[in-house]
Design a protein around this ligand. Structure first.
Ligand code: PLP
Length: 432
């Protein structure tokens, strides 16, 4: 464990042993398990430390140079650095670094671009979209009118389970949306931003690309950029971007940038989380370093290697593989009895952390699912490489095979895999 982390836990222990104890246990859990959740990562000590600073004490409502509180001289400089680095990362002109999360970034963008009740086009949650892209009980589904475009569902189609771009156009021509959204939570293939923009132009819509998952790959040069095609780009900062939990909105359009700033504050939020904005700035500087390019390409190489290794164990990977950091594993390739819920639970018992995930046209409900979603951002941060992906796939298969054989078999196999994972994790220490 990084000495800074230990010092922080000791400090907390002096006033709150209960919380300090739980943080220490969580640190131990992270240290000794393999994190395969596609939306998670391990930040650097510097990013983590920035969040635990005096910046949390300050109100800084407003923007650099135009605050509603005194004493913001250093906050202005910190936020400006974060903005400048964000613009540099995406090669664009305007950035708002204040959204507290990815969902808040989307909510502010919707508020800036659409009136309540307006129609927008997106991919539905069960096909890989996000709840902030039109789920019924989310703000996006309650206050706007989502219409969804399909994937290719026919099994014999060469683009099976990929976005059906012709259908995107057809649906857009029918419903004339104000906004078209692309960018997803569980889509393993490259997004063709130019195709989306062509449809947006044809129907007079604005293109919003939510690159929350792939932002780090974009910045690291391992996925095409959403610019110049997108009118607005939203993202989280804590996934492949490897920063603190938070949101970010970038654009090249000055008028839209003004509307977005107003929608974030005072439209959506009060005071910005300045300690998190400082951590965003630190993370963005890390993303701009040449080594981040190597990281991003290794994330993708590892995902491809893991998908190939799992395929060789009899699992079906949706779309036949991956172009990015994640894959959806259709567990029915292994056994029709195997659910995502069981797989998630059994793997956790063995020290492998992932999440159950519906696959396109999943006959099982979201509570069970027929799939799991696996991602390589966190294990790549720890330094695992392509040869290690074969080991990881074999461990996953051992646990799931044992689970299918019954509780006794699962218990003994999970115990031995857990100790192998501990040994593997020790070879690849955490960055903090
Ligand atoms: C595509 C996409 N957009 C937005 C979000 C929301 O991010 P947050 O959880 O920070 O609100 C996520 C999170 O998983 C996501 O995958």
């Amino acid at each position: 464990m990084h000495p800074l982390h230990n010092a922080a836990v000791d400090l907390i222990a002096a006033s709150d042993p209960a919380i300090a104890g739980l943080i220490a246990k969580e640190a131990d859990r992270q240290e000794h398990t393999l994190e395969l959740i596609a939306s998670e990562n391990h930040t650097s000590p510097a990013v983590m430390a920035a969040m635990g600073t005096c910046l949390t004490n300050k109100y800084a409502e407003g923007y650099p140079g135009a605050r509603y509180y005194g004493g913001c001289i250093f906050h202005d400089q910190i936020e400006q650095l974060a903005i400048d680095r964000a613009k540099q990362m995406f090669g664009c002109k305007f950035a708002n670094v204040q959204p507290h999360s990815g969902a808040q970034a989307n909510a502010a963008t919707f508020m800036a671009l659409m009136d309540p009740g307006a129609t927008f086009l997106s991919l539905v949650l069960k096909d890989g979209g996000h709840l902030s892209h039109g789920m019924k009980i989310n703000f996006s589904g309650r206050y706007y009118n989502p219409v969804h475009y399909p994937l290719h569902y026919a099994k014999d189609h060469p683009e099976h389970e990929r976005i059906n771009y012709d259908a995107v156009r057809e649906v857009a021509l029918q419903c004339k949306p104000k906004v078209i959204m692309c960018g997803y939570s569980a889509y393993p293939r490259t997004i063709d931003f130019a195709k989306f923009r062509a449809v947006a132009d044809e129907v007079g819509a604005l293109l919003v690309s939510d690159v929350a998952h792939i932002a780090g790959l974009i910045v690291g040069g391992s996925h095409p950029s959403p610019f110049p095609h997108s009118h607005v780009v939203t993202t989280t900062t804590h996934k492949t971007l490897r920063g603190p939990r938070g949101g970010l909105i970038v654009t090249n359009d000055e008028e839209l940038a003004k509307k977005i700033d107003k929608a974030v504050f005072p439209g959506m939020q009060g005071g910005p989380l300045m300690h998190v904005i400082a951590a965003k700035a630190v993370a963005f500087a890390e993303c701009l370093a040449p080594s981040f390019k190597t990281y991003a390409s290794q994330v993708v190489a590892n995902a491809k290697a893991l998908a190939a290794a799992l395929t060789s164990h009899g699992y079906r990977i949706t779309t036949g593989g991956t172009d990015n950091h994640l894959m959806l594993v259709d567990l029915r390739g292994k056994s029709t009895d195997l659910t995502g819920a069981d797989a998630e639970k059994w793997l956790e018992q063995a020290g492998i952390i992932c999440n159950k995930n519906g696959i396109p046209e999943d006959p099982r409900p979201p509570k069970f699912t027929s799939g799991i979603r696996l991602g390589t951002p966190a294990i790549t941060t720890r330094g695992l490489g392509e040869p290690d992906m074969k080991t990881v796939a074999a461990l996953i298969d051992r646990v799931l095979t044992a689970g299918l054989s019954g509780p006794a078999q699962l218990e003994s196999t999970a115990a031995s895999v857990r100790s192998e994972i501990r040994a593997l994790a020790q070879l690849f220490p955490m960055p903090h």
